[in-house]
Ligand binder design. Structure first.
Ligand SMILES: Cc1cc2nc3c(=O)[nH]c(=O)nc-3n(C[C@H](O)[C@H](O)[C@H](O)COP(=O)(O)OP(=O)(O)OC[C@H]3O[C@@H](n4cnc5c(N)ncnc54)[C@H](O)[C@@H]3O)c2cc1C
Length: 274
């Protein structure tokens, strides 16, 4: 017979939803367990435009400052652009949250917090750290494979969850009074318990474009407050877009820089090191 452990609160899923839930439950003196099929927190940035109301939640937990230290803040979030290339023609532009009049107006006076670029891959470790230091252990590589609702005992429903340890390949049960399904878009829990949903996702596909830049022998050059180019010994590339800026360096200026590579620490004509 499979071994069994007991916990009052079981959170299934260690994404933003499950980890935030565990953090707030833990902050309020409750204890439990988080399990996740994944081996770790998110390895790609995923959700990244963080609004002030979400920062308020982190402020409540006392981790807003840590999050802001890992965020891109301020005017570098001005807009999104559609370009053929980083220095090519601009086909279109929409103002980003932090600059869009309706968002700014909406948030103005309502919140002490700010819009910032803070990615899910940075958020999740912060929450794991918080939850696991506040009464909720977090166990990765642990997949929920079945859930059974037991008959009520003294007015309380009990659940037995069968989980598979993806490291030892063993199976064990978790008996609990409360199960929280934070197991993402293809929720096993929602299917197992026949939840019905009143709306469906749009069906759009999400992807992250990751750009890696070799920083050896590179120096960041600021051209104007909202522009930046990175100069390497082999030339210069504008990184305004990488930082979320709506403007990148003027193509002629950049080609000039490419012709005369800037060495480490040196500033080009009219350009100041960041
Ligand atoms: C490539 C990509 C880019 C994205 N970009 C954006 C973006 O720009 N902006 C935005 O707002 N959103 C974006 N998203 C969406 C965003 O990542 C999700 O909305 C968010 O992660 C949902 O959080 P969640 O906690 O509900 O679920 P998830 O983050 O999906 O977490 C689910 C958790 O449940 C666990 N789990 C699943 N099944 C089981 C099981 N059977 N047993 C145990 N654990 C289980 C998983 O291991 C994981 O820990 C993106 C997503 C992807 C994939």
């Amino acid at each position: 017979m499979a071994s069994e452990i007991q916990t009052k609160f079981l959170v299934v899923g260690a994404g933003p939803a499950g980890l935030a839930l565990a953090s707030f439950l833990g902050q309020n003196g409750l204890d439990g367990l988080v399990i996740a099929k994944a081996a770790s927190t998110s390895d790609t940035p995923r959700a990244h435009s963080f609004n002030p109301f979400a920062f308020e939640c982190l402020r409540d937990l006392g981790i807003e400052e840590k999050a802001l230290q890992q965020s891109v803040r301020g005017h570098s979030l001005q807009s999104m652009r559609w370009l053929r290339s980083m220095v090519g023609d601009e086909y279109g532009k929409v103002l980003g949250w932090s600059e869009h009049p309706s968002c700014v107006e909406h948030a103005y006076g309502l919140t002490p917090c700010e819009y910032a670029e803070f990615s899910q891959s940075e958020l999740e470790p912060l929450l794991v750290h918080y939850a696991s230091q506040h009464n909720f252990e977090v166990r990765f590589s642990t997949e929920l494979v079945a859930i059974e609702r037991l008959a009520e005992v003294s007015g309380h429903t009990q659940y037995v969850c069968t989980v598979h340890d993806l490291i030892s390949h063993s199976t064990f049960n978790i008996r609990t009074g409360y199960v929280f399904g934070a197991d993402g878009a293809r929720s096993h829990i929602a299917r197992s318990l026949n939840f019905s949903f009143t709306s469906k996702p749009s069906g759009g596909k999400a992807c992250n474009n990751l750009l890696w830049m070799l920083a050896v022998n590179a120096v960041l050059i600021k051209t104007q407050p909202s522009q930046a180019v990175a100069c390497t010994t082999s030339g210069a590339i504008p990184i305004g877009t990488l930082l979320g800026d709506h403007e990148v360096g003027d193509p002629h200026e950049v080609s000039q820089l490419q012709a005369e590579p800037t060495s480490l620490g040196e500033s080009s004509a009219g350009l100041e090191p960041l």
